[in-house]
Design a protein around this ligand. Structure first.
Ligand code: ATP
Ligand code: MG
Length: 427
């Protein structure tokens, strides 16, 4: 049997991997500019962390976790998201007793037992930020501005920002009751999932993916109408800050986010034109999370975005600035006996950060020139009998086809100077 990557997973091969490096570079640089520093947490955690941190009534915990027992029969889970892990790390290392807010970003793989399709995988990648320790609505705005800045830097102009407030536990409790009262008479028309969860978590019906659920509960009371005065003014300040930064948004009563830990601001970014999975990222405030995970009562806000879906969007653009993986210079040997000299020169060039390459397939001199062309080499260094006897190298410019003889001792500097000139000349 031929082995294949497991369903819902895939390989990232070159040249595709340079797109990943390009995007990741922009994500990191943007986050760092906004004052976020990188955190790397384990790929697996105790299952209990996600049960507590993500919530037992969520799709993630009920259906999507990769949970397994290790040899000591501990229940472990491949992380389905990273916010709970960040909260765990914050508590474990008492970060909250240091300078606040703690601002972190992460990039890495997440695992969910989802139905694979375009933009949906079982191992996928998220970039996200978390800011702990402040309840300022302007921090909510900062996080959203960062998300939009990432899209701008990637050249993505078509996006929709949806926002809502899911209130605090007080206003939500009152609201939940009203929503249950509204849903109960039509409960038979809900999907099986919602029928079982609407009593415990009626908000989940609002973000159910089944159309029939939305039709059943039409004209439902909105959370927005039930916000307490603190939550209402928090939401107003977020919106005011977005306006001050010229960021368009749309208030969306349906947006309650799938996770239990959200409070106040919730938001989602959609990019139309990348298919059915148009949500590239989402997040919100989660003031109850740190306490739920066994820490102090500490507020937090963050978002996560899916890098696969970002790539779908970026692929529709000419991704400029991409590393093409081209060689700068190729060394051609006219006879096998000069291979060692070639290898030694290769090393010296590479030590100066010049992308240098040679042949390893026993190609003829002519075939080596063809291969150099394929690799996109800007220059070729030729080593033949004359060169070795007289102590020089022939340097060929692959664009102008000009050839010059360069003293052996000056070859590395000469290649370096020429490359700098090419780069200065045409970017
Ligand atoms: P969806 O509604 O698409 O299932 P979600 O609400 O489960 O998304 P979040 O938990 O908010 O997603 O994760 C944030 C982002 O991570 C999503 O907007 C999406 O871009 C990405 N994402 C989530 N699940 C997957 C997946 N299985 N494959 C690829 N990307 C994903
Ligand atoms: Mg999902």
């Amino acid at each position: 049997m031929q082995l294949k990557a497991p369903r819902g997973t895939y390989d990232i091969l070159p040249p595709e991997s340079s797109k990943w490096q390009y995007i990741e570079g922009i994500l990191k640089e943007t986050a760092e500019t906004f004052g976020y520093r990188e955190i790397r947490t384990p790929i697996f955690e105790h299952t209990e962390l996600f049960e507590r941190g993500v919530g037992t009534s969520t799709d993630i915990v009920t259906k999507e976790m990769y949970t397994f027992k290790d040899k000591s029969l501990r229940s472990l889970t491949l992380r389905p998201e990273n916010t709970a892990s960040c909260a765990r790390a914050l508590i474990e290392h008492s970060i909250y007793s240091g300078i606040m807010p703690a601002k972190w970003y992460y990039i890495g793989p997440m695992f969910r037992y989802d139905r694979p399709q375009t933009g949906r995988y079982r191992q996928f990648h998220q970039f996200g930020v978390e800011a702990f320790g402040s309840n300022s609505p302007y921090l909510d705005a900062e996080v959203i501005i960062l998300l939009i800045e990432v899209l701008k830097r990637l050249g993505l102009k078509e996006y929709e920002l949806h926002i809502n407030s899911v209130g605090c536990t007080q206003c939500r409790d009152v609201y939940r009751q009203k929503l249950i009262e509204h849903i109960t008479p039509v409960k038979d028309r809900l999907c099986p999932d919602c029928q079982t969860r609407y009593q415990q978590n009626p908000l989940r019906v609002l973000d159910c993916k089944e159309k029939s659920c939305h039709q059943a509960i039409v004209n439902y009371p909105t959370l927005f109408q039930h916000l307490c005065s603190d939550c209402a003014s928090h939401y107003d300040m977020v919106k005011e800050a977005l306006k001050a930064n010229s960021i368009d948004y749309r208030h969306d009563d349906n947006l309650v986010r799938g996770l239990d830990y959200y409070t106040n601001t919730a938001f989602e970014i959609h990019i139309p034109g990348i298919g059915a999975q148009s949500a590239v990222g989402g997040g919100g405030r989660y003031n109850g999370l740190v306490e739920d995970c066994g820490g102090p009562d500490l507020p937090g806000i963050g978002f996560a975005m899916g890098i696969e879906r970002l790539l779908l969007a970026v692929n529709t653009l000419a991704a400029k600035g991409l590393d093409s993986g081209k060689s700068d210079v190729f060394i051609t040997t006219m006879s096998d006996q000069y291979e060692l000299q070639a290898l030694e020169l290769l090393t010296r060039l590479r030590q100066k950060n010049i992308r240098a390459e040679k042949d390893y397939m026993g190609r003829s001199g002519r075939a080596q020139m063809k291969y150099a062309d394929k690799l996109g080499a800007r220059m070729v260094i030729i080593i033949g009998d004359d060169e070795i006897q007289q102590g020089y190298f022939t340097l060929r410019d692959m664009q102008s086809k000009e050839q010059v003889q360069i003293d052996k001792k000056e070859i590395v500097e000469s290649v370096k100077d020429r490359l700098a000139k090419f780069r200065g000349g045409n970017g």
